[in-house]
Every structure is written in structure tokens, then in C-alpha cells.
Design a protein around this ligand. Sequence first.
Ligand code: SME
Length: 152
Amino acid sequence: MNLDELKTEIKTILSKKQLSVDHRLNEICSLLKDNIDYYNWVGFYFKNGNKKELKLRAYAGAHTDHVIIPFGKGICGQVAESNQNFTVPDVKAQDNYIACSIDVKAEIVVPLFVEGENIGQIDIDSHTINPFTEKDEVFLEFINAEVAKILS
Ligand code: SME
């Protein structure tokens, strides 16, 4: 599937109101991981209630111990505070990074906004070094905007 086909499929998944939001988010994670060769782990983290931490809500890929991530910690925790996309071409070059697996070489995290508030994020890990381009950012921003519609 190319990116346009994936976008259509994502809209279809999100429109399945008979499925829980968690189920739909998990389906999106699997769809992305299975169709983009350099997306090796795909997950959605959301702000955990009123706490200054993120909680993993849906994912596809290897099990991770990092279900809770405090704001400010790692790439994810930094995005929770900066409200900006964060592309990491080489995780070895990052000081504030939480390693999930030795296979991960690169990461991209894009915040998810509902009514202007940064409430979560999509996180992609890659086993390929420097794989992400602006196209990935635009694509992931599209996905988050579509997910925001079913959350608001
Ligand atoms: N590497 C992330 C932690 C989450 S895992 O990639 C699943 C980080 O530094 O925030």
C-alpha cells in the first residue's frame, strides 16, 4: 500500500464505531508496521489523566517496558513538553533517550492535538538509520489529526 492508500485505510479503520477506540488505534499501529518497512515499532502514548506522564495506549511491535514515561524524559517525554515533532536520525547521538531495544536506530515522535491541546503522540521506532523524511512527518500529522476527530 502506498501512503495515499494507507490514508484511506486509516480513515476506514477510524470510522468503525462498533470497535473501541483502543481497538481502532491498535489496528492503525499494525497497519503502519506491516506496510512501511522501516516502521518497526508503532505506538500511541497519551497523557495519563492529570499526571505529568505519558501512558502507552496502543502499539504494534516488540513488547516494551516503557508503558509510563514522565514528561521531559526520552524523546516522547520531550515532545509532551515541546509540542513539536521530533525526528531522531540516529538514537546514539541523543543524551535524553530511553532505549527500548538495541535494534532501534532511529525514532520519530509527532504530537497529537485535540482542540489545540497536546494530549498524546504517535511514536515510530526504526531499525534503519536515518529513514524519516518530511513525508513521514506530514503523514503522521495527518493520522493524528484523523485520530483527534474520534477523541474530541
Ligand atoms: N524511545 C522512546 C521511548 C519509547 S520506546 O521507543 C517504545 C523515548 O526515548 O522516549
